[in-house]
Design a protein around this ligand. Structure first.
Ligand SMILES: [Fe+2]
Ligand SMILES: [Fe+2]
Length: 249
């Protein structure tokens, strides 16, 4: 994701202001700005729930709409796998070094990543099969339901055990280095045109404005003129009015 709050902002600390739902509230000020990290969690939850509800609904899923679903799911998985890789390879090792007593909780989070990988593979295979066999819909819906439940459970777990540790164990420079590398990797994988409107979709206007205001002007322009309209076109084709998908300019 690109863009950041200009300074450690309330959005990075008041979880409820970033999340529509919240499992934690951090009272203590911190120098870390976790807004992008938490917005990604919000996006993972929101999209997993929508995919679950779409598959479980009587909505027709053929042709262009099924193709849009597959494109959206593929991008979603790229972002999720990117997020997990950053956690497993960069963030958790720092936490393990700073807080050895957290090893068991971090082991559990890594195991949940592996469990999600299994469901990701099964769900992807289910979508491929659905293209040829509409009678596979109930089985696909069950898999996406299982996936959404695990995403919720894992992120709740992570926000309860890892986020408080992040705020106490990592320095601002360590976190900035992780975010800088993460942004470079997202650009290298051409994920920014998707991940920016995706992660800001349900963010409060003040949070969206803070992200865009702290970004280079040319990024704001391409976001508003190209990436957001493309994301909204895709959302209209995919969800067809099932959800409020007002990605904001
Ligand atoms: Fe996470
Ligand atoms: Fe995670």
């Amino acid at each position: 994701m690109v863009g950041r709050c200009a300074e450690p902002c309330p959005a990075s600390l008041d979880h409820a202001s970033v999340h529509g739902r919240s499992t934690m509230h951090i009272e203590r000020p911190s120098e870390l700005d976790l807004a992008k990290f938490l917005l990604a969690h919000q996006g993972f939850r929101r999209q997993a729930a929508r995919l679950r509800d779409l598959l479980a609904s009587p909505e027709e899923l053929t042709g262009e709409r099924l193709a849009a679903l597959t494109r959206h799911w593929t991008k979603y998985l790229c972002v999720l796998e990117h997020h997990h890789t950053t956690e497993d390879e960069k963030i958790w090792p720092l936490l393990r070094a700073a807080a050895p007593e957290a090893a068991a909780a971090l082991d559990e989070l890594e195991a949940e990543h592996a469990e999600l990988d299994r469901l990701i593979d099964a769900s992807a295979a289910a979508l491929v099969r659905l293209a040829d066999d509409p009678y596979h819909r109930p089985a696909a819906a069950a898999l996406f339901g299982e996936f959404a439940d695990l995403v919720d459970r894992h992120l709740d777990h992570e926000e309860k055990h890892a986020v408080p540790l992040l705020l106490t164990a990592l320095t601002r420079d360590e976190w900035l280095a992780i975010e800088t590398a993460n942004a470079a990797s997202l650009r290298a994988h051409d994920l920014v045109p998707f991940v920016l409107p995706w992660s800001l979709e349900d963010a409060p206007p003040a949070v969206v404005d803070a992200f865009l205001s702290s970004s280079p002007p040319e990024l704001r322009t391409v976001y508003e003129k190209v990436w957001l309209p493309a994301y909204q076109r895709q959302a209209r084709l995919l969800w067809q009015g099932m959800f409020d998908t007002a990605a904001r300019a």
